[in-house]
Each structure stands twice: as structure tokens, then as C-alpha cells.
Design a protein around this ligand. Structure first.
Ligand SMILES: Nc1ncnc2c1ncn2[C@@H]1O[C@H](COP(=O)(O)OP(=O)(O)OP(=O)(O)O)[C@@H](O)[C@H]1O
Length: 267
């Protein structure tokens, strides 16, 4: 295991937001964090990075106490891709991605300029953004901006990447492109934790699924073990049938109008 989170707890306004959450992630795997709105998914990502001062959690990365590391060292190790928000900042795509180099730059960034440019060029190429380098970030579509956020995280050259709903608002082809990038990062040995709402995409692509509900881990395992009718009914309150993808055998959730699905689920 490369990332171990032990007993993460956070209480806000006397309400438990995270209640004794412990997870362990292996590198080289695509790990999904699922759960209904308000389950605590984004909060857990922030707690892992030490961005929630009121939280209590022991977080180890590759055997070291992650929160005890200097801030700059943490920024070299871990990248967060938050839910995409529109920007009006007058910054071009190249410079937005270059921000990912900050934790690696010394007092004199000229010393590392050639290397930084090479890393940024590689991040732009990997996310299919090479042709966008000189475009103002604010003129890109939502999906294109999402890829810029991922490119910035790649430019950071982290060993741990936390992504908050990276496929949100993306069309089908863009979702596949993002998932291919994430698969490639996992295959390269990085540790990834990705919050997901699209459970069909989760079932099709991820190796390991952790489900949060009301701030607690309620299920964990392979997608086919977690994403099943009882779980969907209990945690999401939705009746659904689970089919098997004819190409891969992975679960596919059919969840049409509930009046058609009130009977026993087909497995
Ligand atoms: N500063 C805060 N004060 C009080 N409650 C908060 C605060 N920040 C978050 N919360 C609450 O914590 C809970 C978990 O929020 P979080 O954003 O982690 O959920 P999530 O699982 O990521 O949800 P979503 O899928 O809707 O993005 C929510 O009920 C939210 O209202």
C-alpha cells in the first residue's frame, strides 16, 4: 500500500462529516471514491492533503507521515484536480500548466526553465492540448479547461493524484480520453484516488471502489462486488438492474423510471 489513511474524522457545525474513515490504496490501480451527494468524498480528498485544519487523520504516503512533511515536499508528492470551475483570469493555457512546476522551482526559476518547459510540453501533449498552448484559458470550453487542470497536475510530476469528478460535464469521447490518461498514470505506478458519480464509468474502468455514505465507508472492493442492486437501493435509494457488458463482462447499471424497476433486480 502506498497511501494509508487511518481514522479520518471531521466534525463541522457539530455534524460528523467524516466518521472514522480508514482506507489503504495500492499504486498502479485505479481507485474510485463513490457515494451520494454530501457523502464526504471531496472532504476526504482535502483531509488527505492536510487542507482541513479541523480534521483528525493519520495519513501515510510510502511509509512517511504525510502531514508531517514540509508543505513544499507535499506539493511535490501529491496533486489535486478539483472540480472544474470557470475562470476569468487572464492566463494562457501554457502558463496555467506551468503553475504545476512551482513546487519544483527554486528561487531562480531560470535554473530549471528548460526542464520545466519540457515537462509542460509533455503534459500538454499527453492531454491533447498542444494546439491550445497560447489560448486564453477562459476561452476554452468546460471540457477543455478540465483537461488543462489535469495537465497542470501532470506537470507537477506527483506520485499521488487525487481527482474530484474529472469526467463531470465531459462528452463521451472526452470522458474516454480522461479515463485513458488516468489508466496510463496508474499503469505508470502512480497512486490515484478519483471521486466519481457516473457508476457505469466507474464499473467499466476502475480496479477498486470505495463507497462513502454519510461520512463512513460502507462498501469496498472490485466494482462487481460493490456496485450491485442491494447497494444501489440502500445507499442511493435507487432500484436498478445490473447487466453484464457483453464486451468486458463488467457491470452495467440500468436505472430507468423507477416504476419499471420496483420488482426484483435482474442479475
Ligand atoms: N465548511 C463547511 N461547513 C459545514 N458543512 C460543510 C462544510 N464543508 C462541507 N460541508 C458538508 O460536508 C458534507 C460533505 O461534503 P462533500 O463536499 O465532501 O461531499 P461530496 O461527497 O463530495 O458531495 P458531492 O458529490 O455533492 O460533491 C456535506 O453535507 C457538506 O454540506
Amino acid at each position: 500500500m502506498s497511501l494509508c489513511v487511518q481514522q479520518a474524522r471531521l466534525v463541522l457545525d457539530r455534524r460528523p462529516i467524516l466518521d472514522d474513515v480508514s482506507i489503504a490504496l495500492r499504486p498502479g490501480r485505479l481507485n474510485a471514491l463513490i457515494g451520494p451527494n454530501g457523502a464526504g468524498k471531496s472532504t476526504l480528498l482535502r483531509v488527505i492533503l492536510g487542507l482541513e485544519p479541523a480534521a483528525h487523520a493519520h495519513v501515510e504516503f510510502e511509509g512517511s507521515d504525510f502531514h508531517a512533511l514540509p508543505r513544499r515536499e507535499r506539493a511535490r508528492i501529491a496533486a489535486l484536480v478539483e472540480q472544474s470551475s470557470a475562470t476569468e483570469q487572464p492566463i494562457d493555457v501554457h502558463d496555467a500548466v506551468m503553475l504545476g512546476r512551482l513546487p519544483h522551482q527554486g528561487l531562480w526559476s531560470a535554473d530549471t526553465q528548460a526542464e520545466d518547459e519540457a515537462v509542460v510540453a509533455a503534459a500538454l501533449a499527453r492531454t491533447g492540448l498542444a494546439a491550445f498552448a497560447t489560448r486564453r484559458l477562459a476561452t476554452l470550453s468546460g471540457g477543455e479547461q478540465q483537461r488543462v487542470h489535469i495537465a497542470r497536475a501532470l506537470a507537477q510530476q506527483p506520485r499521488l493524484i487525487l481527482l474530484d469528478e474529472p469526467t463531470n460535464h465531459l462528452d463521451l469521447a472526452a470522458q474516454m480520453a480522461v479515463m485513458e490518461i488516468l489508466r496510463g498514470l496508474a499503469d505508470a505506478g502512480l497512486t490515484l484516488l478519483v471521486t466519481m458519480h457516473d457508476l457505469n464509468l466507474t464499473a467499466a474502468w476502475f480496479d477498486h471502489v470505495i463507497a462513502l455514505h454519510r461520512g463512513r465507508v460502507v462498501a469496498e472492493g472490485a466494482p462487481e462486488a460493490v456496485i450491485e442492486p442491494g447497494f444501489l437501493a440502500e445507499v442511493y435509494g435507487v432500484a436498478a438492474s445490473i447487466l453484464a457488458d457483453p464486451a468486458t463482462g463488467r457491470p452495467v447499471i440500468a436505472y430507468g423510471p423507477q416504476k419499471f424497476l420496483a420488482g426484483p433486480a435482474i442479475i
